[in-house]
Design a binder for this molecule. Structure first.
Ligand SMILES: [Zn+2]
Length: 305
């Protein structure tokens, strides 16, 4: 069957708001939403597929050479968040205000995961952000918001809230599917806090990154043996300019936005705290210590040799 050039006009919804018996002078409001996709033959697989393409009045869009070899996915990062709001408020804020995410995972033990923004479109979830010298990650990422209370502070002590098992399973299955389809590198599965240290804390130290790695193969994790080997050769003091510079360089190499200053300054503290939320969640004070030093070295040994 030759389906080249066949154009689908998918009318998603056409509905009208009636005037509810009020004055005839109020014009009827008609809302329409149309998706225009073109079915093209993929010359390599010889299967028809949907593509967004121009549909012109006077010219034919020729797809005989579709698809070109030189292309890849625009999506390179997967960013996880918590909403710090309950279910209904999360849905309202993420659909009716100027923030959004591709997916929303509620904290109900059901079989639902909400799609709010088409994966091919940009959702507004990352804000001012940077990873591996790339900024504004909204352009190149998929964002998943997870309903979780975030944290509360009492007498200067922060309390975070755990992620229930049924919710973790939703995150696991969804993220596994996404990284496979877009071939997202392990080090590009990141927390909002990783790409906006200090400004953002989500999904927080109780998000089970290690379990996501162990059970679903999603994201990055260090080898315990490497960590132990680095601990054996670790420096005794962590406030020397040499060790600070080395650590800043390692964090930068891994992907964090940090200046190599040789001083454990405010930016270093914020970045290390984001790192600790992700990889050493039992100690998240932003102070450079033996474990953080060994883990960042172990991560770079594995992923950025
Ligand atoms: Zn966030």
């Amino acid at each position: 069957m030759n389906v080249k050039g066949l154009v689908f006009l998918g009318v998603l919804s056409i509905f009208s708001l009636s005037s509810c018996g009020s004055s005839k002078n109020i014009p009827q409001k008609v809302v329409t939403k149309i998706i225009r996709d073109t079915v093209v033959m993929n010359s390599k697989t010889e299967k028809p597929e949907m593509a967004r393409a121009a549909k012109l009045e006077n010219y034919k869009i020729n797809s005989d050479n579709y698809p070109a070899i030189g292309q890849d996915e625009r999506i390179r990062f997967l960013v996880l968040h918590y909403t710090a709001l309950d279910n209904p408020t999360s849905m309202r804020v993420l659909t009716q205000q100027e923030v959004s995410s591709h997916y929303l995972i509620n904290d109900i033990d059901d079989d639902q995961i909400h799609l709010l923004v088409d994966e091919t479109k940009r959702a507004w979830h990352a804000g001012v952000s940077k990873w591996k010298n790339l900024d504004n990650l909204n352009f190149t990422s998929i964002g998943i918001e997870i309903v979780n209370k975030g944290y509360t502070t009492s007498n200067g002590v922060q309390t975070h809230y755990p992620y229930p098992e049924y919710q973790f399973k939703k995150v696991g299955e969804l993220t596994k599917d996404i990284i496979k389809r877009y071939k997202i590198s392990p080090v590009n599965v990141i927390a909002h806090s990783d790409i906006a240290p200090g400004r953002k804390h989500d999904p927080g130290p109780l998000f089970p990154w290690k379990r996501l790695y162990d059970e679903y193969g999603v994201g990055a994790w260090y080898e315990e043996a490497d960590k132990q080997a680095f601990i054996q050769i670790a420096p005794f003091i962590f406030d020397s300019e040499f060790v600070i510079k080395e650590t800043q360089t390692e964090l930068k190499k891994y992907g964090y936005e940090i200046q190599v200053t040789g001083v454990w300054d405010e930016q270093s503290k914020k970045v290390l705290q984001a790192f600790q939320y992700h990889f050493t969640p039992l100690k998240t004070d932003g102070i450079l210590n033996l474990e953080s030093w060994a883990v960042i070295k172990a991560l770079n040994k594995k992923y950025n040799p």
